[in-house]
Design a protein around this ligand. Structure first.
Ligand SMILES: C[S@@+](CC[C@H](N)C(=O)[O-])C[C@H]1O[C@@H](n2cnc3c(N)ncnc32)[C@H](O)[C@@H]1O
Length: 287
């Protein structure tokens, strides 16, 4: 997964957060309330999170409304929210240069380190302030899923946990091919719904389970195999949890990104071709 940064500048409509009244005004007629309700329905919440370890200053305004420009400072781990009907335009300095991006209304974004100490803005998974954003939804291509499961040498005695399971493909493939019991955890309830529907369609409801929750608060101590397709800093965040919960000899297979600090546990790395011939990197660890 390469997090896509947002480089195109597009049209920006309304920045509503600052404009919404705290309570309804007395002089509002039913008609204007109806208009307001219709307007509210069009608004979507765009979030900007800071996953770096320092405060970042940025400027944001609705496209076509430069007069609504706000200069904001966002501290580490904070999440800023903007309710808009259209795209937002955001400007900041990456540490190397000034950039201007357009943000889709309703999408979550994160400031993260790019190369070295330079900061960029990436699409994220969710805007919840009470949970970390481990990675945006990007599927592991099926040939890569197949190879991850081969590398982990799954059997029907294993219990596989996929941390950030997306549409459940890793857990479902393992159950279908190897008879493995599996649990998928994802913070996105829609993804959990898709996973459950896919499991039901494959007749695997009794073998697999999907849980909508923050994976950093999950108990995965029954796992004998864990799969990950998360951003590098999220692998670093998960490492102490894996060390605390997994039994010795559990296998951990990670797509594209290594687990920092687990060099001594790495037993294999491999490059696999995806559906379009692109390279994917696999890391197998034994706890
Ligand atoms: C790159 S996708 C991987 C999907 C799947 N494992 C695969 O390889 O096809 C990462 C997933 O992590 C989920 N995610 C992000 N933050 C999370 C959190 N705090 N807890 C659980 N899941 C999270 C996202 O919703 C997304 O579906």
């Amino acid at each position: 997964m390469k997090p896509a940064s947002i480089r195109a500048v597009a049209l920006l409509l309304a920045l509503a957060a600052s404009g919404l009244p705290a309570c309804a005004r007395r002089d509002q007629s039913p008609a204007s309330l109806t208009n307001r309700a219709a307007e509210d329905l069009r608004l979507k919440e765009t979030t900007v999170r800071n996953v770096t370890d320092h405060a970042i200053t940025y400027r944001i305004h609705p496209v076509g409304k430069p007069e609504a420009l706000e200069t904001r400072e966002i501290g580490p781990e904070a999440v800023d929210r903007f309710r808009t009907a259209g795209a937002l335009e955001i400007e900041f300095n990456t540490g190397q240069k000034d950039v201007v991006y357009s943000l889709d209304p309703g999408s979550p974004y994160s400031f993260r380190y790019d190369a070295g100490t330079s900061v960029d803005l990436f699409l994220g998974s969710h805007g919840r302030a009470d949970a970390v954003d481990l990675a945006p939804w990007v599927a592991t291509p099926q040939p890569v899923v197949d190879r991850m499961l081969e590398l982990a040498e799954l059997t029907d005695k294993d219990v596989l946990y996929d941390i950030g399971c997306g549409d459940g493909r890793i857990v479902i493939t393992a159950a279908r091919r190897y008879g493995t019991r599996g649990v998928g955890i994802d913070i996105d309830p829609e993804k959990i719904g898709e996973s459950e529907a896919a499991a039901a369609a494959a007749g695997l409801e009794r073998q697999v389970r999907f849980i909508a929750m923050d994976a950093t608060k999950a108990d995965f101590s029954e796992a004998t195999v864990v799969s990950l397709y998360l951003l590098p800093e999220s692998n670093a965040l998960m490492r102490p949890l894996l060390e605390a919960q997994l039994r010795p000899k559990s296998r951990v297979v990670s797509h594209n990104y290594a687990i920092p600090g687990w060099e001594d546990k790495e037993v294999r790395t491999e490059t696999v071709k995806g559906e379009n011939g692109e390279d994917h990197y696999l890391y197998l660890y034994v706890r």
